[in-house]
Design a protein around this ligand. Structure first.
Ligand code: ADP
Ligand code: MG
Length: 429
């Protein structure tokens, strides 16, 4: 029986690998992009929503189009962040699990360059790279991309925005006969320029479900708060979602640090991610988040693009993003692979006018999130306090003498009486 992927031209060993990943039916963008990339020779611009499976859509054709008996680099995939690079590298390795002759290297920044240089002396057909590290390797003449048949820009609009001239440095190393392939969920003006500058005239454009930019599976809500209650409103929200996974986006690294600290103090299972942390720390936090050891990731927009973590049930904008596209990418971390998702934006009165602007620009609708009343907020604070006490470890440095004295004070109280008194003491503060 011919399966849906083989009908698109996908070969048996890849299909077998997909089966072990529980992937059997191609998504719309995969149905459109895979045959186009496999059979035609043109440059391609592909647009499809966040979480719709774009990695497979360009990844599978690449695995089939490269000559695995040729040990030189034939495909370069450029991505905006190291985390996304690692993710795509892992994805490609898993799709190619049954074809050991295909060698894929990840050449992202933040890790020592020497092992990468060493790695590149061995056969490699595909590289997944962040631009800075790739340029560095080109300058050191440690990489040969002169025989590249395929240049893929994932998150193409972001690549153009952040790279600018840097892209020229890479492109001038590539042969003119290469195919250029752009994938993105959003395509603002800058990309049109990119198409003009780097792509052939008869480029093919593919779209899947792009009538509105916003992802249909996401419920968008917003809540207006006073600055002073912002953290409490967030913590009340988080307290109702304990055990679920989510990402909270902040505008700056400093804001990420501050919020992550507050969440840690209140014993939320959380970690932070931004560009000033060392790569081993970034890797550790991402690993813990992917594996479910921490529930909440507090991050800058370094986590907004492309990251695919299973079962992210909500995204919070603790600060509004500066550009409309970023809203799409942030909220697109939830509702992946056909699942439903939820995005909450917390803003102040003077920012509320921006909501209809986001609605108009993105073709999405926001509902108002019912802000809890003051009493509920206060009760939540007490609940958080109780959890904090519960999770506190005994202090072994306190003298036995002091402990003894404090014990004597409470000596005649039952546990219930003691708890009652503690609540009254804390709640009345
Ligand atoms: P995008 O790049 O469009 O945002 P990804 O390529 O990161 O999306 O894929 C999102 C998720 O969907 C991944 O977890 C991936 O494994 C899954 N996925 C992709 N294609 C399929 C498919 N055909 N069937 C089921 N799941 C899929
Ligand atoms: Mg992607």
């Amino acid at each position: 029986m011919t399966s849906p992927f083989s009908k698109l031209g996908i070969i048996a060993p890849i299909e077998k690998a997909l089966k072990t990943l529980n992937i059997s039916d191609p998504t719309d963008i995969q149905k459109k992009a895979i045959p186009e990339l496999l059979t035609n020779k043109k440059d391609v611009v592909a647009l499809a929503k966040t979480g719709s499976g774009k990695t497979l859509a360009f990844g599978l054709p690449l695995l089939q189009l490269i000559d695995k008996t040729n040990p030189t680099i034939q495909a370069v995939i450029l991505v905006p962040t190291r985390e996304l690079g690692q993710q795509i590298h892992t994805n490609l390795e898993s799709f190619a699990a049954q074809i050991p002759e295909i060698k894929i290297a990840s050449i992202c920044g933040g890790v020592p360059i020497k092992p990468q240089i060493q790695r590149l002396t061995e056969p490699t057909q595909i590289v997944v790279a962040t631009p800075g590290r790739l340029i560095d390797l080109i300058k050191r003449e440690a990489i040969n991309i002169k025989h590249t048949n395929f240049l893929v820009l994932d998150e193409a609009d972001e690549m153009v925005k952040s790279l600018g001239e840097g892209l020229d440095e890479i492109v001038k190393e590539l042969p003119n006969y290469r195919r250029t392939i752009l994938f993105s969920a959003t395509m603002p003006g800058t990309i049109k320029q990119l198409i003009q500058n780097y792509m052939s005239k008869n480029v093919v454009q593919i779209e899947a479900d792009m009538e509105t930019i916003g992802h249909q599976g996401i419920a968008h809500e917003y809540v207006v708060v006073e600055p002073i209650e912002k953290l409490n409103v967030l913590m009340h929200f988080l307290n109702n979602r304990l055990g679920q996974r989510g990402i909270i986006f902040c505008k700056t690294k400093a804001a990420v640090n501050k919020l992550a600290k507050n969440l840690a103090i209140n014993k939320f299972s959380s970690g932070s991610l931004h560009g000033s942390l060392s790569q081993p720390i970034r890797d550790r936090i991402m690993g813990q988040f992917r594996e479910g050891h921490i529930d909440i990731l507090v991050a800058t927009d370094v986590a907004a693009r492309g990251l695919d973590v299973k079962e992210i049930s909500y995204v919070v904008n603790y600060h509004l993003p500066d550009v409309y596209e970023t809203y799409v990418h942030r909220s697109g971390r939830t509702a992946r692979a056909g699942l439903k998702g939820y995005a909450l934006t917390i803003l102040q009165q003077e920012e509320e006018f921006e909501i209809p602007e986001f609605e108009d620009e993105l073709g999405i609708k926001f509902e108002r999130y019912q802000k809890v009343n003051a009493q509920d907020l206060e009760e939540n604070t007490t609940l958080l306090w109780a959890k904090k006490v519960f999770k506190t470890k005994p202090n072994r440095e306190l003298s036995a003498d002091l402990k003894e004295k404090v014990h004597t004070v409470f000596h005649h109280l039952t546990k219930e009486e003691l708890i009652d008194k503690l609540i009254a003491f804390e709640h009345g503060k």
